[in-house]
Design a binder for this molecule. Sequence first.
Ligand SMILES: *Cc1c(COP(=O)(O)O)cnc(C)c1O
Length: 248
Amino acid sequence: MAELRGELVAEERARRAQLAANLAEVRAGIGRACAAAGRDPAGVTLVAVTKTWPASDVAHLAALGLRELGENRDAEASAKVAECAAAGLPRLRWHFVGQVQTNKTRSLATYADVVHSVDRARLVDALSAAATEAGRTLRALIQVDLDPPGTGPGRGGAAPAEVAGLADRVADAPGLELKGVMAVAPRGLPPGPAFARLGEISAALQEQFPEAGWISSGMSGDMDIAIRMGATHVRVGSRLLGTRGQPR
Ligand SMILES: *Cc1c(COP(=O)(O)O)cnc(C)c1O
């Protein structure tokens, strides 16, 4: 028994050390990208996307000082958030980055702090109702579809032309706070032009809503270019936690 416990402790210690090294590497990468862009690294928030990884990894990341965590499926997220709360972790901020089904909004409103993937009017209304019912305020980002038109189902998001209308709706919705825009780079295309376009969409949005300046746009593979193009939030999973599907 004692031996088994010793092995588990050693395993968790090794995992913590691995996550610490990965985190240092990601932070250094953010630092380099900011330096190249003449930006202050304090203007870039690292959201650790812990989907498919256990609550024990969230505990490690929290111990390493991270407070912003991301998830993309409600069932997994709600269970993990509950586990983290039961484990007595410090107050964490949960970012929901996946596509939201309207029948999941009630659950989401109980734990999410930021929803990155607001992409349709019906979802705005459902999130608003759920947040109001839960007595909470959800920060909302409009997800923009940057795939070229006619390339089939993309990664979700509203068409650029729909952003202004959705933003008005979010701004008027009780329980929601409009914070900015989010996008995933189109598949198979260089991310630079797409993120530049997102920057333009963000600038236009801020003319009407100056407080909606968040740009959530980089992932493990493209956070450098995203930061160069103005990202305020990068959503990093595999570079921090490892390749999904093969835990540890
Ligand atoms: C999984 C996911 C991420 C993180 O992706 P990595 O490539 O593992 O860094 C970021 N954003 C969204 C929307 C995701 O679903």
